[in-house]
Structures are given as C-alpha cells and as structure tokens.
Write a protein that binds this ligand. Structure first.
Ligand code: ADP
Ligand code: MG
Length: 303
C-alpha cells in the first residue's frame, strides 16, 4: 500500500478520486432510507430544457426505490424521456398521463411498474400529451386536474395498504398549463440548476410563476430543494456557479452536487437509470446521496 499524499499535493484527479471514495463510504453507511410521515409530492421544474430535470427525477426516484421506499414518477413531458429511462411502454397511442388529465381516467388504470426497480411505479407520457396543453384550456378546473386525479390515486393506494412515500412529477421545459397542473398537484418544488454560465438566468421567471400559483391555486407550494447538476470540478466557473446559487437559495441547495458524468448520459439509451446501469459510478453514488439528503430534509407536514 502506498501512503496517501497530503491534500496540498493532490492533483485534480486524485482529489476527484478522494471525493468518490468519501461518497461511496457515506452511501454504504446508509442502507435504507427513512419513510416520510406523509406522502411528499415534488414538482421537478425549470423552464429551461436540458438542465437535468428528467435525469434528476428518474435517478432520485430510482435511488429511493432501491433503498426501500414506495415511489411514483409522473412523466408530464410529451417527449416521454422519463418513461424511456424507466423502461415503461409509452408509444404513441398508449394510455398515460394524458388520459388521467384530459379524460379523467383513474391513474390506477394507467400506471406501470418500472421493471428494474422494486417499489417504483410510473405514470408514463406519450407524444399525445403534446395536445393537452391546448385541450386543457377549455376544460373545467383546468389547473387542478392532475391534483384531483393524483389525490384520488393516493387515497386508493393508502386504502389498499400501499402508501406512496414520494411522488416526482417531471415537467416539460415550459411554464404552460401542464407545469401549472404539476404545481397545483405538488407541495415541494425541486429545481435542477445546471452549473453553467448564466445558471440563474430565467429562474426569476420560474420563481414568479411559483409565487403566482402559491397565491391563487396552491398556498402549500414551496421551493424546497435545489440540485446542482452537470458539475465539472475542473473548471473555476462551476465552483463560482455553486457559490452564487448557494448565496441566493441558501439551505434549500443540496450539499451533494451531481457531476457531469458520461455514465449518467449513457444510461437512458439502455432504458436504464444510472443506478442500475452502473451502480458504483460517481453519477450513481451522487444521486443516491442527493436522494438520501432529501429524505433527511423532512418536508413540512401538510396542515
Ligand atoms: P431536461 O429534462 O431538463 O431537459 P435532461 O435530464 O434530459 O434535461 O438532461 C439533458 C441532457 O443532459 C440529457 O442528454 C442527459 O442525458 C444529459 N445529462 C443530464 N445530467 C447529466 C450529467 N450529470 N452528466 C452528463 N450528462 C447529463
Ligand atoms: Mg426532461
């Protein structure tokens, strides 16, 4: 065995390796996650595309499922990327969240289990959902249709003795009626922020929309969690972005940042999450740790 060099001699690579070892240790120390005392419903939102909403949704949900929690993922993006990553059928014409929102079909009839992760159920999206944005406009209670369908489903599950611990709603990259439906159905907003120049740009608009929904439709809504994604430790820029976001959002920012990692981006093309595709990769470990942090953050009980 070689003696480790003191930290001041660490190369960036050695530093990254040390971070990985520390992370693996902490993950190994936490075999199962604590159940919340009520169902926590997260809206994963950011109107910018490509910031890691879907990746964060599926990997945090997978981490929780693998650690013994009951989790529901609602794919609210017509592109259906979350449905793909979780390996559930969602071809054009197949039933999913569209039927729940527009036609009032029971969610119970529309969900599929994720074949690779115990405890994880998915309400998939197909491209038909693209029409919902327009169709919703003329429907009654157009902003609260997902909320009603979800609450009915959660009650049915509970009565059947199958209490759902966490719900994650993966939003499309817009602030239209689908995202508003998610914000009315949810209690906590989880915002993934990509570690890049102008990371905070556009967030003001998102925060104003959340405030509007809170004021008029869902007083319980809070921004509870910020996740920094695609962090590249070799750049000064990334560290600067982390500092800026932390000074702006304080304690809501998870301590765990998600690294930019090839394994994370490869996993969906095998209909996998990184947790099952490469469970010991830095991407998998960081999502496990981020999920653990969320389970420790509590979440206010609904009054
Ligand atoms: P959004 O849902 O916000 O549009 P995605 O989660 O689909 O964003 O991510 C956008 C792209 O970036 C995808 O191709 C995804 O695989 C990739 N990606 C996301 N997070 C990471 C990461 N931490 N490292 C590498 N690639 C990532
Ligand atoms: Mg997405």
């Amino acid at each position: 065995m070689t003696t480790p060099l003191p930290p001041e001699h660490h190369t960036p690579l050695a530093h990254e390796a040390q971070v990985h070892v520390d992370l693996a240790q902490r993950v190994a120390d936490s075999p199962s996650f604590a159940k919340p005392d009520h169902t926590r419903i997260f809206v994963v939102a950011n109107q910018k595309g490509g910031v890691g909403k879907t990746t964060t949704t599926v990997n945090i949900a997978a981490a929780m499922g693998l650690r013994g929690l009951r989790v529901l993922v609602i794919d609210l993006d017509p592109q259906g990327n979350a449905s793909t990553a979780l390996n559930v059928p969602h071809h054009e014409g197949s039933a999913g969240v569209y039927e729940a929102i527009v036609e009032g079909t029971d969610i119970d009839e529309l969900v599929s289990p994720c074949p690779d992760i115990p405890g994880l159920t998915v309400l998939p999206a197909s491209i038909d959902l693209a029409g919902a944005e327009v169709e919703l406009v003329s429907l009654v209670a157009r902003e609260s249709r997902l909320d009603r369908a979800l609450q009915a489903y959660l009650r049915d599950c509970e009565e059947a003795g199958d209490v759902i611990d966490y719900v994650f709603i993966d939003c499309p990259p817009s602030l239209g009626l689908l995202t508003v439906n998610a914000m009315v159905a949810g209690r906590e907003v989880l915002i993934p922020i990509q570690c890049e120049y102008y990371a905070l740009e556009g967030l003001g608009q998102l925060v104003r929309n959340i405030d509007l929904v809170k004021a008029h439709l869902n007083p319980a809504l809070e921004i509870s969690t910020i996740v920094l994604t695609m962090y590249d430790g070799r750049t000064r820029l990334a560290a600067g972005v982390v500092e800026e976001v932390r000074s702006h959002f304080g304690d809501t920012v998870l301590r765990t940042t998600i690294p930019r990692a090839v394994r994370i981006s490869e996993a969906p093309s095998y209909q996998q999450t990184v947790l099952t595709y490469d469970p010991v990769s830095s991407g998998a470990l960081s999502y496990l740790e981020a999920a653990r942090e969320i389970t420790l953050s509590g979440g206010e009980s609904p009054s």
